[in-house]
Design a protein around this ligand. Structure first.
Ligand code: ADP
Ligand code: MG
Length: 586
């Protein structure tokens, strides 16, 4: 028995107990290693003409034995010799794959420099850089097997060698390496699952359903076929002599099935993929039953290369505005899922956007669950945001009906985005807002409102309340309308907050018609109103006394035209906001 190096032992303990938060990722790690081994052999075949093999010959096989409680991940890749086993599986945190990758990267550096930051579908396929897509780099993934296994046995035979080797370990003290037998090159990793305890069961890992689920979830886009013997059922053929009362009989049989879909849809050019395919992918990946409203893809190559596929959903998920809703895009690195919902990739106000980001250039941290350097991520996030904004503007300008539907679904979030960033997102989002115009009786953008303003109008007017019908009857609204000025009727609770956070739009102040000072009245109107107030002081004092604390002041309005009286507010908190805040839990 060889002992693990002391550092290795400590690391192993750390690994099993704390680096990974989710033990089911063991399968992802083993499959990634298998894929790396296939890649290594494939790459070797490119330079060594004695290796006759096509990419289709390379496959990964997952199998299980429910009774013996074992799971096996097999590949027909490069395999390892005795020294390789010792070096790679005896020393934790030694990554041969990283060395391999680094060596390849040095060769490929020239080619990568040439590839400019080509975007969208103008992407240039740069030589062989993309053909080697080694996933491993930390030299710890393999040990995640010990989160679910009490013993791991590796049977491996290096390509070109006659002798196979068996590595075995219980993951605690050390490991053994013995000569063994194996047909063909490649590696079998056999896990002997831990015993179930009262708290934990490991049985799903030795089941067809459980393994299929994990493969689909974590390794769906691994570039080699991941195959599994699956149980299926079929109708037995009808016997010749079957009578009229023959009832069809069923039998089960086994068939080798490829579980993963391999070519990631986001890596394909938009022109090669039908909208139907995108829709199906969206619905199955993001568990929606409605087609997406828009699909956006980005392919960038250069300092950081990445592929992005974004969807604007066709309807709002039921929990979008709840506390539990989690925004984020799926993050892949070299076709392997790193994170389900990477929050850093989308701003809060685009939290409804679903999609995938895949980049082989991300610096992952040891567990692959989080990222080490956020600058790369930030660059991608910036691009994602620009793309979404661009798509929305395109929709707003060219397909207004679709856009209004979109805005019905997600407009509230955009407005909230302006409010929650204290107006700093208004540059990005202001143009995207729609409000109901009292004059035009339809949804308009703020720019359209401004276009329709008479020359003497200085500010943008809006009214906030429960319904457009009621707002339309508000004396302050009719007052403004009668001057030939339009009023935006805001009926969402966030509207007034959003308007106040923006303060102005394109140098035009945003004014709530229910606030005292509208800037509508001329100086002479104002003086006349003040004089009238003084003149009838006794009356107004009596009215104020009668109303008590319900009002601050009673005075003559310089603004009203048709209506006899109106309630208005002074200061930054409008009547509507007061109502909303009064209804909020403390
Ligand atoms: P990493 O994949 O980050 O290098 P791992 O702990 O997952 O780290 O694996 C350690 C090393 O063991 C790999 O770099 C590779 O050299 C070797 N290895 C693991 N699994 C296989 C396999 N299926 N075939 C060949 N080599 C393997
Ligand atoms: Mg690995």
């Amino acid at each position: 028995m060889r002992k693990f190096k002391t550092e290795s032992k400590k690391l192993l303990d750390l690994m099993i107990n704390s680096i990974y938060t989710n033990r089911e990722i063991f399968l992802r790690e083993l499959i990634s290693n298998a894929s790396d081994a296939e890649d290594k052999l494939y790459f070797k075949s490119l330079t060594d003409s004695s290796i006759q093999l096509g990419k289709n010959d390379l496959t990964i096989r997952v199998s299980f034995d429910a009774d013996a409680r074992t799971v096996t991940v097999s590949d027909n890749g490069l395999g390892m010799d005795k020294d390789g086993l010792d070096a790679n599986l005896g020393v934790i945190a030694h990554s041969d794959s990283l060395e391999f990758k680094t060596a390849q990267a040095a060769n490929a550096a020239g080619a990568a420099d040439e590839a400019a930051n080509a975007e969208d579908d103008e992407r240039e396929e740069s030589a062989q850089v993309n053909d080697v897509d080694i996933i491993g780099q930390f030299g710890v993934g393999f040990y995640s097997a010990f989160m679910v296994a009490k013993k791991v046995r590796v049977v491996t035979r290096k390509y070109g060698d006659e002798q196979a080797w068996v590595w075995e370990s219980d993951g605690v003290e050390g490991y053994t390496i013995e000569p063994g037998e194996k047909e063909g090159h490649g590696t079998d990793v056999i896990l002997y699952l831990k015993d179930n305890t009262d708290e934990e069961s490991f049985d799903t890992f030795a089941s067809e359903f459980g393994l299929k689920d994990l493969i689909k979830r974590y390794s769906n886009y691994v570039r080699y076929p991941i195959q599994m013997m699956c149980t299926k059922s079929r109708q037995k053929p009808k016997p010749e002599d079957a009578g009229d009362d023959y009832k069809p009989e069923w039998e089960s049989y086994s068939e080798l099935e490829t579980i993963n879909s391999m070519t990631p849809i986001w890596k394909r050019r938009k022109s090669e993929v039908s909208q139907d395919e995108y829709n199906e992918f969206y619905k199955s990946q993001f568990h929606d039953f409605t087609d997406p409203a828009r699909t956006v893809s980005v392919h960038a190559e250069g300092a950081i290369s990445y592929d992005v596929l974004l969807f604007i959903p066709g309807r709002a998920p039921f929990d979008l505005y709840s506390k539990d809703y989690q925004k984020g895009l799926e993050l892949y690195s070299s076709n392997v899922l790193i994170m389900d919902k990477c929050e850093e990739l989308v701003p809060d106000y685009y939290n409804f956007v679903r999609g995938v980001v895949d980049s082989q250039d991300l610096t992952l941290n040891i567990s692959r669950e989080t990222l080490q350097h956020n600058s790369q991520l930030r660059a991608i996030a910036h691009k994602v945001e620009k793309k979404i904004t661009g798509e929305l503007k395109k929709m707003r300008d060219n397909e207004r009906e679709d856009y209004e539907k979109f805005f019905e679904n997600f407009g509230r979030g955009l407005k909230y985005g302006i409010y929650s960033t204290y107006g700093s997102a208004k540059g990005e989002l202001g143009e995207l807002l729609l409000f109901y115009s009292a004059k035009q009786e339809k949804m308009v953008t703020l720019d359209e409102y401004i276009e329709g303003m008479p020359e003497d109008q200085k500010a943008i007017y809006y009214a906030a309340g429960e319904s457009a019908e009621r707002l339309q009857k508000m004396p302050m609204v009719t007052g403004v309308l009668s001057r030939g000025y339009d009023v935006l009727l805001c009926t969402q609770d966030v509207d007034d907050f959003c308007m106040q956070a923006m303060m102005n739009y394109n140098e035009k102040d945003l004014k709530n018609v229910a606030s005292g000072d509208l800037g509508l009245e001329s100086e002479s109107d104002k003086t006349a109103a003040e004089e009238a107030t003084k003149e009838h002081e006794a009356l107004f004092t009596a009215m104020k006394d009668a109303l008590g604390d319900k009002v601050v002041r009673v005075a003559v309005s310089p603004v009203l035209t048709d209506a006899p009286a109106a309630i208005t507010s002074e200061g930054p908190v409008s009547l509507e906001m007061e109502k909303i805040m009064a209804g909020m839990p403390d």
